[in-house]
Design a protein around this ligand. Structure first.
Ligand SMILES: [Mn+2]
Length: 498
């Protein structure tokens, strides 16, 4: 990523939080900082320029053909089984207020349709009309309150449905659509509004089976088929993940430039999330973690209400979610005052060595487990050298006697879900990495009193406590090895200092 210096802070300067001008925080920022902003991306972020290509499908930057191809592959994989894939509902935040809508990723993957409450049917036993959508119909009075809907016409014309019906007709129509399928693929336990309708429709089929001569024989999970498809990203999807990583990496670079002793964690969060929004993303992909000092030892710290203190590290785990839900997930850790002290630097160098060694493992034929094992080995070797662990490296790893310092796995799949779908193991066998799979690599060390020191391991000297470090990149498996999608977020110790 490149940076341009601009002469003046102006009203149109996009990378600076507007609250910084004309309020007390302004004085915390040296003038040079206020003139630093990322180069405009290829798609301009100015308000009057369209963010998306004309060929974009609603909120998606992927072409309608991409979704049609996905449905085709899923239909082929289903064989004679009919799939019922519900969209996400709106979720109440409090009183009459709802959370910002977030589409169900399975439903999105197959449809690109970004409205709540819809249901997609994929019906391989009806080759003339295999894709049926139930949607909220057009309704001027509802649209006055909640905005535009595509309705049944849009579902057919814009989203490629062979047939579309109002969502209210699902209960009466579902059994007929499922008629003739060998089974029903539906994820039990996740869709409380749709599940009773699926069970009732199947029950009616079974009631009629003696006379109709056919009924679905069972419910099956759609996940193994659908999530197997989602696990392997196409080139178009990788391009979206690169975009999510680019925006996320820029936000981390901005955050490091604004962080100063005395600033609140939340103010750094504001800089990060403002950048996400300015760049056309929906916002953060997950609760941004902006954790100064000991807060970094709380893995899912999202309170972000502390003050950044001179001498502490700042751990930031933040990534954006694009308009079509592809996500970035990046963690960086750096000294608030721009200088590591001895213990911080020793542990930072160790986590970075572990992270780089683990990233180097990523490639076709490796496994996520192998990536984790590499990170653990480098960390444990280093911790023994530093005196924070004692004993043989193999013995410590075998007993898990490092887990008071490193208690999580080294990564997860990344895609439409931040912790993306797809198996890590199939029975006894770890899943082998293939080109197109994308995973995070994120070892860390967290030194605090929260977990007991295992028997036989040394007590921790106070000078180490309150240090929490994680370094996380988004890594795609390629034919020849891997591509670090988030490489624009710097991570060398030198780059973390100023
Ligand atoms: Mn992560």
């Amino acid at each position: 990523m490149g940076w341009v210096m601009v002469g003046e802070v102006t009203a149109t300067s996009v990378a600076q939080p507007p609250y910084l001008t004309g309020c007390a925080i302004f004085s915390l920022f040296p003038p040079a900082l206020l003139t630093l902003r990322p180069m405009a991306p290829s798609h301009s972020n100015s308000i009057d320029a369209p963010w998306r290509e004309a060929s974009c499908l609603d909120a998606s930057c992927l072409d309608a053909k991409v979704f049609a191809q996905r449905r085709q592959r899923f239909l082929e994989a289903l064989g004679g089984v009919a799939a019922v894939i519900p969209a996400a509902p709106l979720v109440t935040h409090h009183a009459d207020v709802e959370h910002a809508f977030r589409q169900n990723s399975d439903f999105w993957y197959l449809t690109g349709f970004d409205e709540p409450g819809a249901v997609a049917l994929l019906l391989p036993h009806r080759p003339d009309s295999p894709f049926v959508l139930f949607v909220e119909p057009r309704d001027p009075s509802a649209e006055v309150w909640n905005g535009f809907r595509w309705g049944c016409e849009g579902a057919v014309n814009q989203f490629g449905a062979d047939l579309a019906h109002p969502r209210s007709e699902l209960a009466e129509r579902l059994a007929a659509y499922l008629e003739g399928s060998e089974g029903i693929a539906f994820r039990v336990g996740r869709h409380p509004q749709v599940e009773p309708l699926v069970l009732a429709a199947w029950g009616r089929q079974l009631d009629r089976a003696p006379r109709s001569g056919r009924a679905a024989l069972g419910l099956v999970a759609p996940c193994p088929l659908l999530h197997g498809l989602r696990l392997r990203k196409s080139e178009a999807e990788l391009e979206r993940l690169r975009e999510a990583a680019r925006i996320s990496a820029e936000a981390h670079e901005l955050a490091r430039r604004v962080a100063r002793p005395g600033l609140r964690e939340r103010q750094v969060q504001a800089v990060i999330e403002q950048h996400f929004l300015e760049q056309g993303a929906r916002g953060p992909a997950y609760g941004s973690i902006v954790a100064g000092g000991d807060h970094a030892c709380v893995l899912h710290y999202t309170a972000n209400d502390g003050e950044l203190r001179d001498g502490d590290l700042l751990l930031i785990d933040a990534g954006c979610s694009l308009s079509d839900y592809y996500n970035g997930d990046i963690t960086r850790t750096f000294p608030v005052n721009g200088r590591f002290r001895g213990e911080q630097r020793a542990l930072y160098d160790l986590v970075l060595a572990a992270q780089e060694a683990a990233v180097a493992v990523v490639g076709p034929g490796a496994t996520a487990e192998g990536v984790h094992d590499m990170a653990v080995r480098v960390l444990v070797e280093g911790l023994v050298e530093l005196g924070l662990l004692r004993g043989s490296v193999d013995g410590i790893i075998e007993q898990g006697a490092f887990r008071h310092l490193y208690m999580h796995r080294t990564g997860h799949w990344l895609g439409l879900d931040v912790h993306d779908v797809g198996a890590y193991r199939l029975g006894e066998h770890p899943v082998t990495l293939e080109p197109g799979m994308v995973l995070t690599v994120e070892p860390g060390l967290y030194v605090s009193d929260r977990l007991a020191v295992p028997e036989g391991q040394p007590a921790i000297d106070d000078r180490w406590k309150g240090i929490g470090i994680r370094i996380e990149d988004d890594v795609a498996v390629t034919e020849r090895g891997h591509e670090v999608l988030s490489a624009a977020a710097l991570k060398s110790a030198a780059a973390m200092e100023h």
